[in-house]
Design a protein around this ligand. Structure first.
Ligand code: NCD
Ligand code: ZN
Length: 349
């Protein structure tokens, strides 16, 4: 096979940032994806419908600064806090532009200090409203208890938070974002009710050795952190299984090079630049290129209850090398897999 044409994909987990950073990265996504779920962890976070609509307008303006892009629709989200009201959820849903609400446990990751401190204690009104509207709750699934080892935080989250949450709200649509473990994948595969998971390119391509190969490699540091090889294999199995519960979410999370290569480097990998090529590499290595379309283009809209895209994206077999860095306002960004060669390339008409 030398060419692969699939329904145009969507990215169900994306950080676009704001201002000059937004302008620098938005086209990389819009060249490949028709839609993306836009994460709300700006500073300050996007906690109201009004803020989400204003952010959406800034994204539209940034898109207009690039010529020749295919049509791209940002799907906005709200950042859940201890104080999010049921009314705010209803307003978000009725706006027709907000498609989900994101749960960050307070302190779990980049810009999460306004996050939730006690989900079932403080957020029940918001969760009930979400369940009623049929709007998904997107979950950063890591406990923040400092006594729990950083490599175990996802598995412990399943027991301590995910299971009680889903017992209390069995009809709530939940997306377990960027799963990184066998435990997460098996939970999503086997659980009852409306649950799905997104999987990133970095967690499918690398295990935790990548962070320490010959020295500390900050461009492989993201949250949840890369895990051991058995977990990576379980994620590849889930992504390529054909199960509609698993779909694409790049978690592309740009941070300027200087803030990654730093004494306290930021968490996040810039995966948007060659996202579809990275995923195609994973699916080809697993001998399942025929399942890429389901994962990238069909399972996501089906779970969200949105129409599938009607146009297509084509990849061609062609060796190319990922650049060492790309411009990012006044700074630069190091993309995931910088300097590595891939065998599939998106065709841009
Ligand atoms: C994300 C970011 O930088 O916004 N970082 C990351 O490592 N994934 C936040 C997140 O999604 O956890
Ligand atoms: Zn993220």
């Amino acid at each position: 096979m030398t060419q692969l044409t699939i329904t145009r994909p969507d990215d169900w987990h994306l950080h676009l940032r704001d201002g000059a950073a937004l302008k620098a990265v938005v086209a990389d996504t819009a060249r490949q994806f028709a839609r993306a779920i836009i994460m709300p962890n700006l500073r300050p976070p996007v906690t109201t419908t009004e803020q989400a609509l204003a952010y959406r307008a800034r994204i539209e303006a940034a898109l207009r600064e690039h010529e020749g892009l295919p049509a791209f629709t940002p799907l906005m989200t709200l950042y859940l806090t201890d104080n999010t009201t049921a009314d705010e959820i209803v307003r978000a849903h009725e706006s027709g532009q907000v498609y989900a609400v994101k749960l960050y446990p307070a302190g779990a990751t980049t810009n999460s200090d306004a996050g939730v401190t006690d989900l079932l204690g403080k957020c029940t009104a918001a969760l009930e409203a979400l369940q009623r509207c049929g709007m998904p709750l997107l979950v950063h699934g890591e406990v923040t208890d400092p006594r729990i080892d950083v490599f175990d935080r996802e598995a412990v989250f399943v027991e301590r938070v995910m299971q009680p949450l889903r017992r209390a709200f069995p009809e709530l649509k939940v997306v377990f974002e960027h799963i990184t473990t066998k435990d997460g994948a098996e939970y999503v595969r086997d659980a009852e009710g409306p649950i799905a998971a997104t999987i990133t390119p970095q967690h499918l391509l690398y295990n935790r050795n990548a962070i320490f190969q010959g020295g500390v490699r900050p461009h492989w540091y993201c949250l949840p952190i890369l895990k051991r090889e058995t977990h990576r294999q379980a994620l590849v199995e889930a992504a390529t299984s054909g199960s509609p519960r698993f779909f694409l979410g790049t978690d592309s999370a740009p941070h300027a090079r200087g803030l990654k290569e730093h004494a306290c480097g930021c968490a996040g990998c810039y995966t948007a630049l060659h996202a579809m090529e990275l995923y195609a590499t994973v699916f080809e290595r697993a001998g399942c290129l025929d399942r890429l379309e389901g994962f990238a283009s069909l399972h996501g809209p089906d779970f969200y209850g949105l129409p599938r895209n009607t146009d297509t994206l084509t990849l061609r077999r062609e060796t190319f090398t990922i650049p060492d860095e790309v411009p990012y306002g006044d700074a630069t960004l190091v993309p995931l897999a910088a300097g590595e060669s891939l065998e599939w390339r998106v065709v841009h008409y």
